[in-house]
Write a protein that binds this ligand. Structure first.
Ligand code: ADP
Ligand code: MG
Length: 699
């Protein structure tokens, strides 16, 4: 919140000082600035340049080279409106070394006045060959006495701008904010001594440097964010984020959760039912969870485990501990298909124990929904499984003890919090599961509010998946191969991808593809599943596939998560270049679950970009989820990889989790230091950097 009082006091912190109070920023301009997310003085100061120009020297007109950016100064010797194909205003400018044309494709009274014959002007622009020799098109122009001192002494920043807001105006505004900063010392919230030695630069100096670097500065390092001035800012921002997440964690842990003693019976019953034993990694994570849930302090645990590592079973074990203690469980998944898959796994495991499960998704309506709600409210149902429908207002639990969220990166923080609210006075324990492994330092930052467990072992007997990359021109060969493959009783997936946002188009593409494959492979049973099918239809198709009645299942990326059919051991993915690595890894994880050799064929569309080629290459080379995540980070950046755009977890102004990875370890240490040494400063630091943090905390 930016406060706009009529009087600015010297104690008003910069992020609370409205931009409208500095210089002459009226409502119209304020609106344009808001489009750039500039509302406060601080916002303006953190609006970093895109690049820099060197305007510190005036060039001789006679020595200008074509396509050179340059500042020139001279006398207007002629100015007239030209009536060519397009009306233009042409000014002739002369200095002691030569003349040049300045051309404007608009004419105004102000322009004519400015370029009056005989006037001395300074302009900046790019010299290009034109019809009158070298010309500058729409250069920036000023009277020599208007030129800001900084323009001659510092590199000139070029900012991200918006329609109707000129660079000149933006520079002026930032300049005013900077001079305000000079009169006014910024409270150093983060002690300088906490910063790494090379980054011990006062905040206002770092800011001034970024906006007005002296000539000769390594602007490349500045723009890449590797310059100490930027790193200094990024460091503080990262600390602020860390502090806010820890604060969230503290707030949650100050609440009371129902204590669930270690399971005496139900967990053992489940294990006895299984045809396999838990892997060491599953056992380890299960005992970490079991220990957490015995306390009245709410558990906040993230379980990371690669595709196929057996997270569902870990979730079931946690659920049983909670149910045995007399509380209810809510298990939420991001898609209908995944939720259904969980529902069926849990039915299999829990029904024999006489535990009732309520099924809730957006498509459960009317009587079925009313019954499910009743069962949850009365406590007859001990566990609810579904999509985000689980936390709608009218869903009431008798006594919720544990929420489990699968594939956490697809849910927003808000959704996580909304489910937490269902505890009615008591806070349920929280278990979050993700198959998108991220490197440890990154997890430390992104999930600072959570404890992390890793299932770092796959169940035994998994066969490596051989991945082949080929152009879509070889589709016919692939279809032939499928014919032979399925003739031996094995099954396959054919995944159609279409990123065009519309789900309808995606489904259409899958329908067309299924049609084509049905015609090409008359001996095979081709099934089709996509997001537009009714849940009933979807379930029938999946059941038929699982039973082996369908040989080839054509699907959209709806099967990306969770689907488990061990006899399906070949997967064809069309247009894999359109998907992220994590998503491809998820998809591919649907095969390689049985004992037979498995294949994944990536049928890409030519021409393939360099990045696209690099990504597919990674898929061919490795099956290790952590390695893939690392590569994905390198190629695409953390925002895309973790889906932070949706979660709102890491919207940084300056920091960049990937670029700043080397800082993260120290960021965590410094955050702890602040928490123990300067707890009274935490709010101010968080408040300075994160306007959103508070909203999350209250959501
Ligand atoms: P994910 O971690 O991707 O969610 P799932 O929970 O779907 O993985 O498990 C994948 C498959 O592995 C399922 O068929 C599951 O029954 C099986 N599975 C889980 N744990 C084990 C184990 N310890 N030994 C053998 N198979 C297991
Ligand atoms: Mg899963």
């Amino acid at each position: 919140m930016v406060v706009a009082t009529s009087k600015q006091t010297s104690s008003t912190p910069l992020h609370r000082l409205a931009i409208t109070q500095v210089g002459r920023v009226g409502p119209g301009l304020a609106e344009k600035l808001a489009k750039l997310n500039i509302e406060s003085v601080q916002d303006a100061l953190l609006h970093l340049p895109l690049r820099y120009q060197d305007r510190t020297r005036i060039q001789s007109i006679g020595q200008l080279q074509p396509f050179q950016d340059a500042v020139i100064q001279g006398e207007v010797i002629n100015a007239q409106v030209m009536m060519g194909r397009k009306r233009s205003f042409l000014v002739r400018l002369r200095d002691t070394s030569g003349t040049i044309g300045l051309r404007f494709y608009f004419v105004s009274q102000a322009l004519k006045q400015f370029f009056e014959k005989g006037a001395e002007v300074r302009v900046f622009g790019e010299a290009r060959p034109g019809s009158s020799g070298l010309e500058m098109y729409h250069p920036e122009y000023q009277r020599p006495d208007q030129v800001q001192a900084t323009e001659e002494s510092c590199l000139t920043p070029i900012y991200p701008a918006t329609d109707g807001l000129s660079q000149q105006r933006l520079r002026q505004i930032v300049g005013q904010c900077l001079s305000y900063l000079k009169q006014q010392s910024v409270t150093p919230l983060l002690r300088e001594s906490y910063l790494p030695p090379t980054l011990q630069i006062p905040l206002n100096q770092a800011l001034a440097f970024v906006h007005q670097p002296p000539p000769g500065t390594d602007t490349h390092a500045l723009l890449e964010g590797l310059h100490p001035a930027i790193q200094r800012l990024a460091f503080e921002e990262l600390v602020a984020h860390q502090l806010s997440l820890k604060k969230l964690r503290d707030q949650t842990q100050a609440q009371v959760a129902p204590a669930c003693p270690a399971s005496q019976k139900l967990q053992a019953d489940l294990i006895n039912q299984l045809s396999f034993t838990l892997t060491g990694a599953q056992q380890k994570v299960c005992s970490e969870i079991a220990a957490d849930m015995q306390h009245t302090q709410p558990m906040l645990r993230l379980v990371q485990g690669d595709v196929g590592s057996g997270k569902t079973l870990v979730a079931a074990m946690a659920a049983l501990q909670c149910i045995e203690a007399g509380y209810q469980v809510a298990l939420m998944a991001p898609t209908e298909i995944l939720a259904e898959q969980h529902y069926h796994s849990f039915l299999n495991w829990l029904n024999p124990m006489g535990i009732d499960i309520a099924w809730l998704s957006g498509k459960v309506k009317g009587k079925a929904r009313a019954q499910a709600l009743d069962a949850l409210a009365s406590g007859q149902a001990r566990i609810a499984i579904g999509t985000h429908a689980l936390f709608q207002d009218d869903v009431v639990y008798q006594e919720l003890g544990l929420t489990i969220i699968d594939e956490q990166h697809r849910f927003g923080v808000h959704q996580r919090l909304a489910l937490r609210e269902k505890g009615r006075g008591r806070f349920p324990h929280q278990l979050i599961m993700t198959a998108t492994p991220i490197p440890r330092t990154l997890a430390m930052s992104a999930y600072a509010d959570l404890d992390c467990s890793v299932i770092d072992e796959l169940p035994p007997g998994r066969k490596p998946i051989q991945t082949l990359v080929m152009p879509s021109g070889r589709r016919d060969d692939v279809i032939e191969r499928l014919r032979d493959h399925c003739a031996t009783g094995q099954q396959a997936y054919w995944v159609c991808t279409l990123i065009e946002e519309s789900e309808n188009l995606q489904c259409q593409a899958a329908e067309d593809c299924a049609q084509l494959l049905t015609e090409a492979l008359p001996d095979l049973n081709v099934g089709l599943v996509h997001g537009r099918l009714k849940p009933q239809e979807k379930a029938e198709v999946m059941a038929a596939f699982k039973a082996g009645l369908i040989h080839l299942l054509v699907a959209t990326t709806v099967i990306e998560v969770g689907v488990d059919v061990p006899n399906a051991n070949i997967m064809i993915i069309e247009n894999p270049e359109r998907l992220g690595l994590a998503q491809l890894h998820q998809l591919r994880g649907r095969v390689g679950r049985g004992t037979a050799a498995s294949y994944c064929l990536l049928l890409y569309q030519n021409p393939l970009s360099r990045q696209g080629r690099a990504r597919l290459e990674v898929m061919r080379e490795t099956q290790d989820g952590f390695m893939i995540a690392e590569k994905d980070l390198e190629i695409r950046g953390p925002g895309e990889v973790m889906g932070t755009r949706q979660t709102g977890l890491a919207q940084f102004r300056i920091a960049d989790l990937l670029r700043d990875q080397p800082l993260l370890e120290q960021v965590a240490q410094v955050s702890d230091q602040v928490r123990s040494q300067d707890p009274e400063r935490i709010d101010a630091i968080v408040d300075r950097w994160l306007r959103q943090a508070e909203r999350f905390a209250q959501a």
